[in-house]
Design a protein around this ligand. Structure first.
Ligand SMILES: [Zn+2]
Length: 255
């Protein structure tokens, strides 16, 4: 029986050793969501797949479908996000966004093209960033957009309980329910994380800004404010992820 072949664009997220010469690559593909493929002979010095199977590389692939695993037959690099490879911050945050996609991505996802494009744009914008603040703003946009695509949108514009729009008011933020609650409603809930209205406005604007646009908020944002937002969103994402995160342990695999 001949195996079915298919072509798709995919970004390498993770890899495992399969044997002395082969690896399994976990990828996010534009057409089929999360996929795994065997890269045969990739550990040999003269492998035809070679560096295209490294982490954080986007390829156009030809794969053969197998019963449990696909086999990668051809790969043509679309983007190696080259400027990421010499910069520890860029590597760290690129690995982080890849891990989020690995943890929330599913096989045969109907949203696969939107998630693929989001990941691709994020990695490419990180790679071309000129400062840490630029990297962080990109990651924040990714976090907000990825949660929206995964069905975990954050409510930042009105109180989750009474639905009153709250503009110039500080309010409480809950990772559990995914958004903000006004002071009056919080008397019943007793949430302790107070969120300054400026932080909330910043996140709300970022959620609706494209990667090639820069809002005034972004231009004025500091590394400190971005890091506070990153931690808030990271803990929200962790809480809703079925798989455990381990970003920092995989740093050495890229460089
Ligand atoms: Zn309320």
């Amino acid at each position: 029986m001949s195996k079915a072949a298919f072509v798709t664009d995919a970004i390498n997220l993770k890899s495992y050793s399969l044997s002395e010469s082969d690896k399994i690559i976990v990828m996010y593909s534009r057409d089929k969501g999360l996929i795994k493929g065997v890269a045969k002979g990739v550990k040999k010095p003269k492998s035809k797949l070679g560096a295209r199977m490294d982490l954080l590389v986007a390829n156009r692939l030809m794969l053969y479908e197998g019963r449990n695993l696909n086999t990668i037959s051809q790969a043509e690099a679309i983007n190696t996000f080259n400027r990421t490879r010499q910069d520890m911050d860029k590597i760290f945050y690129s690995m982080y966004v890849s891990e989020v996609v690995n943890n929330f991505g599913v096989e045969d996802d109907p949203c696969s093209s939107a998630i693929f494009d989001l990941l691709y744009e994020t990695l490419s914008t990180i790679s071309n960033s000129a400062s840490k603040v630029e990297i962080l703003n990109t990651v924040l946009k990714f976090q907000l957009k990825m949660m929206r695509l995964s069905g975990f949108s954050l409510e930042l514009d009105k109180c989750l309980c009474c639905h009153k729009p709250i503009e110039g008011e500080n309010m409480y933020f809950s990772s559990q329910i995914g958004g903000v609650i006004c002071k009056t409603c919080n008397e019943k809930h007793g949430i302790k994380t107070l969120m300054h209205y400026k932080l909330r406005n910043f996140l709300s604007v970022l959620a609706n800004t494209e990667f090639d646009e820069k809002s005034d908020y972004e231009k004025k944002s500091s590394e400190k404010v971005c890091l506070v937002c990153f931690e808030i969103l990271k803990s929200y994402i962790n809480m809703h992820s079925a798989k455990k995160f381990k970003s920092t342990g995989i740093l050495q695999e890229v460089s």
